[in-house]
Design a protein around this ligand. Structure first.
Ligand code: ADP
Ligand code: MG
Ligand code: ZN
Length: 614
């Protein structure tokens, strides 16, 4: 059975609600269907594929939002095959390009690529063949467009002869600074539309926030493009968040043995060292596992990936470098051993599971302190990435860092939410409505069968902010919480924090409640978590809370109130139990209901949005 994403909210299928794109009476329809079968071995089209192809073949600029694994490549490879001339494909990674070329050459479709890694003499030969129209597809990395005069000359020549049939921007979200994967070289791709205004552009991405979409459309100059968009819900994936404790690796072992014994999976780890540690431990437990990360020898890396593709290795412990463009259909689980950097990233990484449509699991291990670690790494990483040989990105450096931090905070708030459906939380982020009753208990929050109550916690929030200010904005969140809950530990006494007005004011709160409110304050930007490293670069990382004075004063003056959902009191104990129990066995036959109640969906959506805006 194939994975066919269901379009739940037709309001969002902006292009595809125009019936004309589904027509089977286009001049190319026959050839299209024949080549889909003979060259690609597909029996039919997946949702939106036919529509997208018809729209781009008709000469329109088209913007496609389709989840990972939805089948975006076909929407330009088939048109390339049945069009005169050359299709130019811009793609961010050489490894992705090589993967595509391999598939195309297996299907006997003439395709080639130019990147810095191709030898000069070979490039000359390729360019000659390109001029002679020996190829249908030319893949390039974005920096080629920016730097290579030879390529520009070639494209100009082809264009003036009417032989540049289509320009494809794959992974188009890389254009956007708001995306989770911004690449400076993508920013300049707008020149393509300027130089080749008559050639239709097809932009493809699996990232769909409204902001990213607007950015991409703007940057690429696609003013009148047709947008195709479909639901990002992946019905066959189940989502679980687990508290990350010292027993995390035991828990992972338990989870795999119970639910996915000897099946294929990916475990995403934060650092290279984590990859190796996690792999070693799981090997001790008897699993067939390898690690994969950027500082490995490329030969070893390719070897590991091949072994995994051929099922000689079941599990790969990898950094996020692993997976872009990985095409294995039967990945049964994706585990996040550490906090993903953004909701988009999380969604995309999870999306590598269950491409064949079979039930698969996504488990995320979360502890708040990972937030500090990831944040620190982001700060370092951004610094490395933006120091380019040409310089000149110093302006965007701060902007990029800010975006990364915002994206990360959204991820934290996703994790901190132990009430709402995990599908709904992801889909809301992509601007899509989802009726959580359709989840059918396929996420941890729906599984709890929680009843919840809304509480106005503005007062508690105010007290916490006051405490942060009174203690001089130089303490960690756990210290503030200790004081708030009335601790008389030595550390608290030494600093005389037991004498402060709100010392012990939060005594009556259930465990974790104050912490959740505090984290909400951080994700809302009312409190700011500053990362500090003590001593030299090997010193430990610590964080101190500061207050955003403007927002704090709004809170104080009553301009801003805070309402959060909490588990209803009688069910709270049940939730606690679920957290410490061993991993629940997953009901493999449980599937999502397919009926859609539009009214209920929009009602819940509105309720949630109101809640977020408050
Ligand atoms: P995306 O780029 O959207 O993540 P891909 O283009 O890599 O997805 O396609 C994912 C998988 O789906 C590939 O293995 C591809 O062969 C397969 N696929 C695409 N279209 C079809 C189709 N119409 N029928 C069957 N399989 C398809
Ligand atoms: Mg793709
Ligand atoms: Zn759910």
């Amino acid at each position: 059975r194939e994975y066919t994403p269901k379009v739940i909210d037709i309001n969002y299928t902006e292009g595809s609600d125009d019936k004309k794109w589904s027509s089977t009476n286009f001049p190319w329809t026959k050839e299209l269907e024949a080549k889909n079968r003979s060259k690609f071995g597909n029996r039919s089209f997946r949702p939106n594929q036919r529509e997208i192809i018809n729209a781009t073949m008709s000469g329109n600029d088209v913007f496609v939002l389709m989840p990972t694994g939805g089948g975006k490549s076909l929407t330009y490879q088939l048109p390339a095959l049945i069009s005169e001339g050359l299709t130019l494909v811009v793609c961010p990674l050489v490894s992705l390009i090589e993967d595509q070329i391999m598939h195309l050459s297996q299907a006997n479709i003439p395709a080639t690529y130019l990147s810095a890694s191709v030898e000069w003499s070979e490039q000359q030969e390729i360019l000659r063949d390109l001029m002679l129209c020996h190829y249908k597809l030319l893949y390039v990395t974005p920096e080629k467009i920016a730097k290579s005069d030879t390529l520009s000359r070639l494209l100009n020549n082809l264009y003036s002869q009417g032989h540049l049939s289509r320009i494809v921007i794959d992974e188009a979200h890389c254009v956007s600074q708001w995306g989770h994967d911004f690449r400076p070289d993508y920013k300049n791709l707008g020149v393509l539309k300027q130089h080749f205004p008559k050639t239709p552009v097809l932009a493809l991405t699996a990232t769909a926030t409204a902001r990213v979409k607007e950015d991409v459309v703007q940057a690429l100059g696609l003013a009148n493009c047709i947008v195709f968009r479909q639901s990002f819900n992946r019905p066959n994936l189940r989502y679980f968040l687990r508290p990350k404790t010292k027993k995390c690796l035991e828990d992972i072992d338990n989870f795999i043995c119970t639910n996915h014994f000897k099946e294929c999976g990916i475990i995403y780890c934060l650092s290279r060292m984590d990859c190796e540690k996690v792999a070693d431990k799981l090997r001790e437990y008897g699993h067939n596992v390898s690690h994969y990360h950027g500082s490995m020898d490329p030969v070893d890396r390719t070897h590991v990936q091949k072994q995994w593709s051929k099922d000689r290795i079941n599990i790969i412990c990898a950094t996020v470098a692993f997976g872009m463009g990985i095409n294995k259909p039967d990945v049964r689980f994706v585990i996040h051993h550490s906090l993903p950097k953004s909701i988009e990233g999380y969604h995309q990484e999870c999306g590598r599971a269950g491409r064949d449509g079979q039930p698969s699991s996504c488990v995320l291990y979360y502890q708040y302190s990972d937030y500090i670690r990831v944040r620190h790494m982001l700060t370092q990483g951004v610094a490395e990435q933006t120091v380019t040989p040409r310089g000149g990105y110093s302006n965007s450096h701060e902007q990029a860092l800010k975006t990364h931090k915002e994206n990360l905070l959204r991820m934290v708030s996703f994790c901190e939410n132990d009430v709402d459906c995990r599908r709904l939380l992801q889909l809301v982020h992509f601007g899509e409505r989802f009726d959580p009753s359709l989840c059918g208990k396929t996420c941890d929050n729906c599984l709890k069968e929680l009843e919840w109550v809304e509480k106005d916690v503005t007062n508690i929030a105010r007290q916490l902010v006051e405490l942060v200010t009174m203690t001089g904005q130089s303490h960690s969140s756990s210290h503030i919480l200790e004081v708030y809950r009335g601790s008389v530990s030595q550390n608290v006494k030494k600093q005389r924090h037991d004498a402060l007005p709100f010392h012990g004011a939060g005594k009556h709160l259930a465990k974790g409640e104050a912490a959740r409110i505090m984290r909400h304050l951080v994700t809302e930007g009312i409190l700011i978590e500053d990362v500090k490293r003590s001593g030299n670069i090997y010193g430990s990382i610590s964080s101190v809370l500061k207050a955003n004075q403007l927002k704090a004063s709004e809170l104080r003056s009553g301009k801003h109130s805070i309402v959060l959902k909490f588990p209803a009191p009688d069910k709270a104990s049940k939730m606690g139990k679920l957290d410490v129990s061993s991993f629940p066995q997953i009901n493999k036959t449980a599937h999502q209901q397919s009926e859609v109640d539009e009214n209920l969906a929009s009602m819940l959506f509105d309720a949630l949005v109101t809640l977020r805006e408050q």
